[in-house]
Every structure is written in C-alpha cells, then in structure tokens.
Design a protein around this ligand. Structure first.
Ligand code: ZN
Ligand code: MN
Length: 490
C-alpha cells in the first residue's frame, strides 16, 4: 500500500508557509531619457533637434567621432541639467567628469557613448506624487543621444537598415529613480510630475522632443526585467501593465523570472525578450580624457538655484490662496505652465471662478478628449476671442452648454466663438428676470435654509437650487440659479 501524497506545487507550499501572497508586490524603477531643447548638440556646434531634416546633414567630425576630433561641453545643456537636478531636490556634485561607455553598434559611430558614470551631475533627489508619496531619484546625469536607426519598410527591408546621425550627440539627461513605484499607474504619475517640472523649467520641447524610458519591473523576491527604450508616457504605462501581468502570472505558476532585457511592441502592447541582461559593469566605462572635468563653485550653483521659476507645487499653493481655488483645481491648473498662464490671463478679465471653470473644466477636458497635452493645443487658441466668450457667459448671456460648444468649435475648427454663438442662435432668451423672481420666492419661503447658507452650509445651497429648479420646470440651469442665489445672499 502506498502512502498518500500531498500534491502541492513547491512555490505554493512556500507561499502558504512563509508569506502572504508575495506576488502581489511590484517594484518599478525608471531610467528616463529626456531630450533637452538646446540649440546645439552636447559636444559640438551642430544644430540639435533637426531630426526631421535631410538625413546626415546636421553632423560634423565631433558627433561622427572622427579620429582627432575634440568634443567641448555645451554650457547651456549643463545649466539645464543643473536646473532639473535642483528642482528635483538633488544634491549637486561640485566636481564631475564624463566617461566613455563601450557600445559597439551602428548608431554609435565612435563605438562609445559619452555619458557620466562615476559621478553624475546630481544625486539623491525625489519627486513627490499627489498623495504625498516620495519617489526617490538616485541620480541625474548628462549624456549624448545615439544616431537614429531607420528600418525602411518595403524593398529589401529585412536586409539593411539606414543610419541618420542628425540625432547623434543631441543632449539628454537621464533621470534614474529608485524602484519606489508600486504600480504602472504610479509610474505614469511620476512621469506626469516629471514633465510638469520640465514644462516649468522650459528645458523640453513638448512638440518635437522625445522622452524615453527604460522600465525596470520586478515582483518582490524575484529577478527583474528591463524594458528598453519605451517612448512616451502612455507607452510606458502600457508596457509596464503588460509586464506586471506577465511576471505575476509566472510567479503564480511557480515559474522563475529570468533577468533579461525586453522590448515593447507598440502595436500589440506586449513585451518580448531581446537578450539576457548584461550588468552595468560589463560596459567597461573609462574616463573621457578629451573633456575637462567640470568644477562648479557654490556661487554658480546658487545662481542657478535662484534662477529657478515658480514651480508647480508653489504655483498651486499661490493660485489657491490668491484666487480662492480649491486645492484640487489649483493643482490641475498649476499642472502645466501653459494652463496656469492661461488661467491667470483669463482671470484678468473674468472672475477667477469663471476662468477656473473654463480652464480646468472645459479646456482640459477638450484636450483629454483629443488625447492631447494642453500645451499641444496652445497654437489653436485666440485668447482675446475666448475672453469675449467668457464675458458673455459671465453676464449670463449664454449658458454652459453654449460656452462648451463654442469652445470646442474654436479649438478644433478655429471658429470664432462669437460667430459660432450667433450663427447657432445660442444667446439665452431674456428670461433671467423670470428666474430671478423664482429664486427670490424660494429664498423668501425658506428663511432657515437661507440662514444656514450664510453660515456656509453647502447642503442648504443644494436644497435651494433644487427648489428653484423644480419651480422653473427645468428651464433654468443649476449653475445660473446658484449664481443668482449667491448674489442675493451676499
Ligand atoms: Zn557635430
Ligand atoms: Mn542612458
């Protein structure tokens, strides 16, 4: 007679005995490569950001790595890197130098990349997420972008690939985080915060610049995989979502996760193995003796610190205080330099309330609906036309719906919003006198609710609005009624 066997997979046995669902904890670290919007490249005078031009026309002996050529550091790129490092709460190294990272590939004609290894520009910073969680930044360093490899589709597509050196030598900063993010959503939020800093510091071209990330993800207690070169915030989130699912599934099945480098496929939104992971030491870094070490004085660092503009967290606090916005709305508006400038401009001719309603309510949702960052719509706006539109709304001549429709027509079809209102007959009937009377009656009949409202009770406001709405048989808008009530009890 055989003895009974307990059939449990080894991993499950371990999990039951020692951990509680160990596979539920994920660690994500990012290495973000941000293209700086300087005029020239990092170590030569070739124009930067000319990737759209005729290939191989924006390059010279330095960015092509010809023998005997001598690189020289772009001061502006250094200043930009210092700005970002300071804004992200990093300690600045007063002395650092550049190293050569051995790298044999057609997109790097020198067979090495000039980067920083031993001592970066800045270290030990952090970015705070909305909920207050701090994501630590291990380091920020400067390095040059490799050339672009172009895989032509069609004829002979599998047999060759073209190289465009226009991109070779464009300045990048690499922002390396600790593995502090616990979900793809947190990684996305980190990138949103990072791009806010870039927008306020004006070091990144939102229309033409690229932001790429190498994304490291592991399930706690297991090896990590690195997804190389993912372009854009949305793709980073998608790549991490796929990778988290894949690794969690492996762990659940008791399989081992191998340390490796993976690639992200934009079409299938999946990752696949590229190569078994090499370690950073394998690159054989050596000091670049063609470039002088950078030595900064405390005075120089202080001068850059002082030159930093008001950043989004300070701006949010100021907007909340100065314009009486809610913390949430202030954060949405301060979330981009462009939005906050737009808000402050509208608030000059309209009330802060109307400006806020338009910017954080209507404008942001139009941008999101089109899957765009607000700054990408900046060239579509005629601010003075929109100011007139807001003033019509504020005077009660058009309703919320008309305001929205006119704004959409303006932003998506360059339509003059006032013409749009006129052509579509969206001016309100002169019935606001009638609504005013309804409100007056509602207030007179409910002295207790009015008294409560004066002490700041929001519930009684809603109660009174509801009453007036019913009275008007739906003809009036809640917003309009609210406005009248607030005026009356002032
Ligand atoms: Zn060059
Ligand atoms: Mn790098």
């Amino acid at each position: 007679m055989t003895e009974q066997k307990i059939m449990v997979k080894p991993f499950e046995a371990l999990a039951d005995a020692r951990f509680q669902k160990p596979w539920e904890k994920i660690m994500i670290g990012l290495e973000c490569h941000v293209q700086l919007n300087t005029d020239s490249k990092l170590f030569c005078s070739c124009p930067a950001g000319k990737e759209t031009e005729e290939p191989n026309t924006a390059c010279c002996e330095v960015c092509l790595g010809m023998p005997g050529s001598k690189p020289a550091l772009n001061k502006k790129a250094l200043d930009y890197a210092l700005k970002v490092a300071l804004a992200l709460n990093c300690n600045i190294n007063e002395k650092f130098f550049f190293s050569r990272k051995t790298y044999f590939y057609p997109d790097m004609s020198k067979n090495f990349q000039i980067t920083q290894y031993e001592i970066p520009v800045g270290e030990n910073g952090f970015i705070e997420l909305q909920g207050g969680k701090k994501i630590r930044i291990r380091r920020i360093h400067l390095e040059e972008d490799p050339a672009a490899l172009i895989h032509e589709s069609g004829l002979l597509s599998s047999n060759y690939c073209l190289v465009d050196y226009n991109r070779s030598g464009i300045p990048l900063i690499e922002v390396v985080t600790e593995p502090d993010m616990a979900s793809p959503q947190e990684a996305r939020e980190f990138l949103d915060q990072l791009t806010m800093f870039l927008s306020y510091l004006d070091v990144f071209d939102f229309e033409n610049g690229t932001l790429k990330a190498d994304c490291n993800l592991s399930v706690v207690g297991n090896e990590r995989a690195e997804i190389k070169n993912v372009t854009g915030k949305k793709s980073v989130e998608k790549a991490l979502e796929f990778e988290a699912k894949r690794q969690l599934e492996l762990v659940k099945q008791g399989k081992q996760i191998v340390r490796e480098t993976r690639g992200f496929d934009e079409k299938t939104l999946s990752t696949k193995s590229l190569r078994k992971k090499e370690s950073e030491e394998d690159y054989g870094y050596i000091t670049d003796t063609d470039l002088a070490a950078v030595v900064l004085s405390k005075k120089e660092i202080d001068a850059i610190r002082k030159s930093l503009p008001e950043l989004h967290s300070d701006k949010a606090k100021r907007l909340a205080k100065e314009f009486g916005l809610s913390d949430y709305d202030a954060k949405v508006i301060a979330g981009s330099r462009f939005l906050s400038e737009l808000f402050e401009e509208f608030a000059k001719s309209s009330s802060a309330k109307t400006a806020n309603f338009f910017v954080s309510g209507i404008f942001v949702s139009i941008a999101h609906h089109d899957n765009k960052e607000p700054e990408e719509l900046s060239s579509m706006l005629d601010v003075s036309q929109l100011k007139e539109l807001l003033s019509l709304f504020e005077k009660g001549k058009i309703n919320e719906k008309a305001l929205k429709e006119a704004a959409i027509a303006h932003i998506t079809k360059s339509k003059n919003p006032l013409d749009f209102i006129r052509e579509n007959g969206l001016f309100k009937e002169a019935s606001s006198g009638e609504i005013e009377k309804i409100v007056e009656r509602a207030l007179a009949a409910n002295p207790k609710a009015v008294a409560d409202l004066k002490t700041g009770n929001e519930k009684s406001l809603n109660f009174l609005v509801g009453l007036a709405m019913r009275e008007s048989k739906g003809k009036a808008e809640p917003r309009e009624i609210k406005r009248i009530i607030e005026e009356k009890i002032k």
